[in-house]
Each structure stands twice: as structure tokens, then as C-alpha cells.
Design a protein around this ligand. Structure first.
Ligand SMILES: Nc1ncnc2c1ncn2[C@@H]1O[C@H](COP(=O)(O)OP(=O)(O)OP(=O)(O)O)[C@@H](O)[C@H]1O
Ligand SMILES: [Mg+2]
Length: 551
């Protein structure tokens, strides 16, 4: 074996050409044929390798490669045939043949089990049929896909539509939530407004049962809880007012839908009555205007009533002052009037004494009596003189005060009366607002007298113009003039002189003291009071007062 391998490539045998006897025609026929076979056999594996590489999908492609190897080996044996024509290298030729044999046997063996499998491979016709079927399937598949695509796009459209709808409804929902929040906030604000109001705010059903009363309202009438408040609305009134409320207020409310006026509430704990200014109305449904409930906003006017009482008292006080002054004035007047007859008594007494015969004894008693009479009359006169002096010296209280303010205060006092008499009041007050030294109450009294006289001069029924103008003016540097001008009946020239006389009056119920008192007061303040007839209708009463420089 070692020798065999060692001599594998040696040509120690007789070349094959000898067998052909070196006859060229046989020799070349063989060489040429073997050459062609070799070329072809070498080409086939190349083609197979190329084919297999290109068609990797083919079943059993390794088989093609195996064929390639086997054919290549066959090719090589033919090549060796050419070589051995001239070289006796039969060992190598044998080895190559052996390799070829192994390759061909291997290929044959591998081919056997492959045959059934190869047979099982579909024939081209089958493949065509299968292909057609496949194509059909593909078509169907494509159709199904198209239908699916259509359905999908339809679905997508629907989904988009639905999404848009959903987005829209979410938006609407959000808007509604925002609106609700706003409404809630508004109603919270309203609720806190109602709760914090100092007024009595209440709601009742249409059949007259209270359903809600705010905190202030409950406190006002002595209720302690919402439950306590839910009683008939009539229970909120003092028993004696309930009939009146039912017979007058409720019908008016039904008729007009609203009612406003003064009523009284009852304190549930103390039973005290509370004067109220009440506004009652229906709560209505916004669109249909259907009445839903009764509601009230009411204000406790106890304080206002107290203020009114205080004003009443102030007016009464003023009237009292007037009476006191009137008494003084009457006393002054009496003193003045009585003084004359007293003086006459004294004079006549003296005359009688002078006339009595000096020596007449029996007349001594008469003389004595007359003397007594004279001295009594003189004493009476003296008393009266002292009263007059005292009255004259009753010095008013003197304080610096703003004249304009005093006028406004007086107008406030007279406002009710003037409104009732339908008198229009205007003021034209000096901007410098002069200060005077004086007695506020007495000056108010002067103004009241002049204002009421003016009002009375326009009081005839049907009087066209009822205007009162009150003005202040700096007439002189240290003096202010107040004028009260009316559009009334004016002054009869006949009476001009007597207007200021005590007890002079042209009125049925007049006393004739107003002007005389006023003049006394003004003069006591260092001023003057006089009257002038207007160019048109009415009269103007004016007075001066010295101004204070102590601002
Ligand atoms: N503004 C005026 N217009 C016209 N006449 C007036 C005016 N003011 C006063 N008189 C006349 O002067 C009179 C006297 O007025 P005075 O105020 O002194 O008394 P009275 O008003 O009559 O009564 P009282 O004492 O009640 O005031 C009046 O009766 C009236 O005739
Ligand atoms: Mg008068």
C-alpha cells in the first residue's frame, strides 16, 4: 500500500497508446472523444452549481450538487483516459475511478429514497392547477381584503364621526359643568347675600306657610331654628293685625303681584311688636311667569320710628318753648297795657288829693284812702316796671352758630307740614355760611314763625303757586340778612303798620303773637325784622343779625 501511494504519480506502466498500436485514427478518436466528454462533464457541474445557487428554493438541491460532483468525477476519469494514452499513470487513474465509483454509488444510493419523494412532487400541470387555484384564492383574498379595507375605512369614518360626536358632547358637557359651577357660585353668592343681609328675608308657599327665613330675620323675631320658622306667615304678625293683613294686604298682593308698606311683626319670645317696612312679592317662573312662592324683604324700622318720636318730641319741646316765650310776651304786653291805666290811676289820685279841701276833717279818711290807693298803684306800677325790665333783660343764650345750618334744621322740622300743604321750598344760602352769636332754639322759632306764616298765606284751596324761598345774604360786612319769601296773598297795605303788634291777627285761629315774638327775639339778638310786599304775589319777611367774626 505504501508503495502504491509512493508511486501514485509515476508512469511506470506502458501507456495506453500501445493498445491502440499508436494508430493515429484510433488514438485521436479516443483522445478527441474523451476531450469532448471531459469538457462537457466539467461544464455540467458548473451549470448545476450555478442553477442550485440561483434556485435555493428547489427541493433536494443537494442532489444536484451530488450529481455535479459525480459528473465532475466522471469528467476527470475521461481526462485521465487522455493522459494515460501517453503516460502509464494507472494507479492515479484507478484512484480517480474509485473516487468516481464512490461518488456514483453515493449518488445512486441517495437517489433511491429520493425517487418516491421526487415522484410526490407536483407535476407542472398540477402546479398550474394549483397556481390557478392559488390565483383564484388570491383574487378572492384580494376581494376580501378590499371588502375588509372598505369595512375598515367605513369603521374608521364611523369611529371618527363618533369621536367627533363624543368630543362635541364632552365639550358641551364641560360647558355645562362650567355653567353649573358658575350658577352654583352665583347661588352661593346670593345665598351669602341673603344670609348676611340685615333685613328680614323670607319665602313662603303660595298657601301661606313660611319655608325659609334668613338668619337676621329669625333673630329679629326671636326664632332659633329653620324648623321654628316654618309656620304660617300670619303667625309672624301680632294677632290684632292678622284680619287687616288678610282683608287688605293679601288681596292687594294677589291683584298687583307686589305690595309695599308698613306692617308690624311679632317677637315670638317676648310678643313685642316690631314695626317693619315690608315688601312682599311673588317669585315667578322665568318663562311662564307662573307664581311659585311668596317672598318678602322687610326692614325693622324701630329705629326710624324712634327717630320720628324724637322729632315729634323736639317739635313738642319747641312748642313748649314757644308757649313759655308766649307767656313772657303776654306778660310784657299786659305790663304795657296795664301800665297806662295804673299811671292814670296815680295821676287821677294825685289830682283828687289836690282837689280835696285841706281843712275838711271828715274827708281825712278819704285822703288817706286815696293816698293809699296812689301808693298801691305806684307799687303795682313799680312791680310791672320791674317785670318789664326783667322780661327785656331775659338774655338769650348766646353761642356761635351757623345760620345756614340753623335754617336747614328748621326746614327739616317743618318739612312734613310743608309737604302736606304742597309748598315747594327752595333755599339760596350764602356760600360763606355766616356764623352768628345767638340762641339756636329762639332763632329756629323766628324762622318757624316766618315759614308757617308764609305757608298760611298760600293755604287757600286752589292757590296756584306755593313757593317758599329762603335765602341768606351778606348785606353788610358784619351783618347777614335772612329773607323768607312766599308767593301767597301778600300784605294788605292797611295792615302793614300793625303786623308786628301783639295780638294782631287776620286769621280765624291766629293769636297774633308770631311776628311780635319774632321781632322781640331778633331785636334781643341785635338785629331788625321787617316785612315788604313782593312785586308779584306774596310778601317777604326779612331780618338781619350781626355776624360773628369768631370763625
Ligand atoms: N307771609 C305773610 N303774608 C301775608 N300776611 C302775613 C304774613 N305773615 C304775617 N301776616 C299777617 O300778619 C298777621 C300777624 O302774624 P302773626 O304771625 O303775628 O300772627 P298769626 O300768624 O296771625 O297768628 P300766630 O300767633 O298763630 O302766628 C297775620 O295774621 C297775617 O295777617
Ligand atoms: Mg303766625
Amino acid at each position: 500500500m505504501g508503495e502504491f501511494l509512493a508511486r501514485l504519480f509515476s508512469s511506470d506502466f506502458m501507456p495506453h497508446g500501445h493498445c491502440y498500436l499508436w494508430r493515429p485514427e484510433i488514438l485521436w478518436l479516443h483522445v478527441f472523444s474523451d476531450g469532448v466528454i471531459t469538457t462537457a462533464y466539467f461544464f455540467i457541474p458548473l451549470a448545476l452549481v450555478y442553477f442550485v445557487r440561483k434556485r435555493k428554493d428547489l427541493p433536494f438541491n443537494w442532489m444536484f450538487l451530488l450529481f455535479g460532483v459525480f459528473i465532475f468525477a466522471c469528467g476527470t476519469t475521461h481526462l485521465m483516459e487522455i493522459w494515460t494514452v501517453w503516460n502509464g499513470t494507472y494507479r492515479l487513474a484507478g484512484v480517480i475511478k474509485a473516487i468516481t465509483a464512490v461518488a456514483s454509488v453515493g449518488t445512486a444510493l441517495a437517489l433511491v429514497p429520493l425517487i418516491p419523494q421526487a415522484l410526490a412532487l407536483p407535476s407542472p400541470a398540477q402546479l398550474r392547477a394549483a397556481n390557478a387555484k392559488l390565483e383564484e384564492e388570491v383574487r378572492e383574498r384580494l376581494q376580501a381584503e378590499a371588502a375588509l379595507e372598505e369595512a375598515r375605512s367605513e369603521l374608521e369614518t364611523k369611529v371618527q364621526e363618533r369621536t367627533a360626536e363624543l368630543a362635541e358632547s364632552i365639550e358641551a358637557l364641560l360647558a355645562e359643568i362650567a355653567e353649573r359651577k358658575r350658577a352654583e357660585e352665583e347661588s352661593r353668592k346670593l345665598a351669602s347675600l341673603v344670609e348676611n343681609s340685615t333685613d328680614f328675608i323670607g319665602v313662603a308657599s303660595l298657601d301661606g306657610k313660611a319655608t325659609f327665613v334668613n338668619g337676621s330675620g329669625q333673630a329679629m323675631v326671636g326664632l332659633e331654628s329653620d324648623d321654628e320658622a316654618q309656620v304660617e306667615i300670619l303667625k309672624y304678625l301680632p294677632p290684632e293685625d292678622r284680619d287687616w293683613f288678610q282683608q287688605h294686604i293679601l288681596p292687594a298682593l294677589q291683584r298687583d303681584g307686589t305690595w309695599e308698606g308698613e306692617t308690624r311683626f311679632r317677637h315670638f319670645k317676648t310678643d313685642a311688636t316690631i314695626p317693619m317696612l315690608q315688601h312682599i312679592f311673588f317669585i315667578k317662573e322665568p318663562v311662564t311667569n307662573r307664581r311659585l312662592a311668596l317672598a318678602t324683604i322687610s326692614r325693622d324700622i324701630s329705629q326710624r320710628k324712634r327717630a320720628e318720636d324724637a322729632l315729634q318730641k323736639a317739635q313738642t319741646d319747641l312748642a313748649h318753648v314757644t308757649r313759655v316765650s308766649t307767656m313772657g310776651e303776654m306778660a310784657a304786653s299786659i305790663a304795657h297795657e296795664v301800665n297806662q291805666p295804673l299811671a292814670a290811676i296815680v295821676t287821677n289820685g294825685n289830682a283828687s288829693l289836690r282837689l280835696l279841701p285841706k281843712d275838711a276833717e271828715s274827708l281825712e279818711d278819704v285822703r288817706e284812702a286815696v293816698e293809699c290807693m296812689i301808693s298801691d298803684a305806684m307799687r303795682a306800677s313799680e312791680i310791672i316796671k320791674r317785670i318789664r325790665a326783667a322780661l327785656k333783660n331775659v338774655a338769650p343764650e348766646k353761642n356761635p352758630l351757623s345760620l345756614n345750618e340753623t335754617i336747614q334744621e328748621t326746614l327739616a322740622l317743618a318739612a312734613g307740614e310743608l309737604a302736606r300743604s304742597q309748598v315747594q321750598v327752595r333755599t339760596k344760602l350764602n356760600a360763606t355760611s355766616p356764623l352768628v352769636i345767638g340762641d339756636r332754639v329762639q332763632l329756629q322759632q323766628v324762622l318757624l314763625n316766618l315759614i308757617f306764616n308764609g305757608k298760611e298765606s298760600m293755604s287757600q284751596p286752589g292757590w296756584q303757586q306755593r313757593e317758599l324761598l329762603i335765602s341768606t345774604e351778606d348785606a353788610k360786612p358784619d351783618e347777614v340778612t335772612v329773607a323768607v319769601r312766599d308767593s301767597g296773598s301778600g300784605i294788605d297795605p292797611q295792615n302793614q303798620e300793625r303786623l308786628f303788634d301783639t295780638f294782631f291777627t287776620t286769621k280765624e285761629d291766629g293769636i297774633g303773637l308770631g311776628l311780635s315774638i319774632s321781632r322781640t327775639i331778633v331785636e334781643a339778638h341785635g338785629g331788625r325784622l321787617w316785612a315788604t310786599a313782593n312785586e308779584g304775589a306774596g310778601a317777604t319777611f326779612q331780618f338781619t343779625l350781626p355776624t360773628s367774626h369768631r370763625n
